[in-house]
Ligand binder design. Structure first.
Ligand SMILES: Nc1ncnc2c1ncn2[C@@H]1O[C@H](COP(=O)(O)OP(=O)(O)OP(=O)(O)O)[C@@H](O)[C@H]1O
Length: 251
């Protein structure tokens, strides 16, 4: 059997706040991301989505529980191995792009490969391939400040992708986009997922963005409160199903 790309078991997270008895933000939460899956995590504000994403993407330690990515126990790694693993096996797409203003588009995209000290020729080739995939080739000599929000988001996605990681984490990847750019972004993520077989784990509160995923987990009060699988249905009908599910939670 192919092992899952990510396996999280019994994750608990409690933020310590002074002398107060702190409530856990995540409570014994377990989940699996299968290889090649496009998983979305939805939930109301404060339900623990960002906390969960930070833990799964190695940026934060849980209070207890285990996280395995590609068969490796990430909580047992030292800082150096972790940084290397993050740089090679993971990609991150954030709401606020996190582009470096003093670098051109091409330099921003190349950053993960330059950090890994890859050969310039290979770097150039990879930057070209992802720039074509995300339709930003003409922008390569521009600086982030000269780009629209949608273009910056695509450059961020290209950078997340350029080193061909096995898993991409998205934190509200369409959060700062208008509806047309959000649609494009989700179509690109779908393409990456299907053509490059890169697994995606995305946190979003937006039902439209979530409707592009193959499965959705609903988080409530730090626990998984529901699940929807797209299966063979169209994106439009999945979208309706998501709206219905969100309505059920509100009742
Ligand atoms: N560093 C922190 N210290 C203390 N409490 C925190 C910290 N970060 C988050 N929390 C609390 O944990 C809970 C979950 O927060 P989290 O940001 O994970 O939720 P979320 O679902 O991502 O919310 P949103 O959709 O509003 O971003 C909230 O009650 C929040 O106040």
């Amino acid at each position: 059997m192919v092992q899952p790309i990510l396996l999280a078991k019994n994750i608990k997270k409690t933020y310590q706040s002074g002398a107060h008895v702190a409530q856990p933000v995540l409570n014994d939460l377990s989940l699996t991301v299968e290889n090649g899956e496009f998983l979305a995590i939805m939930g109301p504000s404060g339900s623990g989505k960002s906390t969960l994403l930070n833990i799964l993407s190695t940026l934060m330690q849980p209070t207890s529980g285990s996280v395995t990515i590609n068969g490796q126990d990430i909580l047992a790694m030292n800082d150096k191995d972790m940084a290397k693993f993050r740089g090679q096996d993971m990609g991150f797409i954030f709401q606020n792009y996190n582009l470096i203003e003093s670098l051109t588009v091409a330099e921003n995209i190349a950053l993960p490969l330059n950090l890994q000290k890859k050969a310039p020729k290979l770097t150039q080739e990879r930057v070209q391939v992802v720039s074509e995939l995300l339709n930003i080739k003409e922008l390569r000599h521009k600086y982030p400040a000269e780009l629209s929000g949608g273009q910056q988001q695509r450059v961020g996605a290209a950078r997340a992708l350029v080193h061909e990681p096995g898993l991409i984490f998205g934190d509200e990847p369409t959060g700062a986009l208008d509806s047309e750019n959000a649609r494009e972004m989700m179509q690109y993520l779908t393409k990456i997922n299907q053509e490059k077989l890169i697994s995606i784990l995305m946190v979003t509160h937006d039902p439209f963005s979530a409707s592009f995923a193959s499965r959705i987990l609903f988080l409530n009060d730090g626990e998984i409160a529901g699940e929807l699988v797209r299966g063979a249905q169209s994106r439009e009908s999945f979208y309706q199903q998501i709206l219905q599910q969100l309505g059920n939670f509100e009742e």
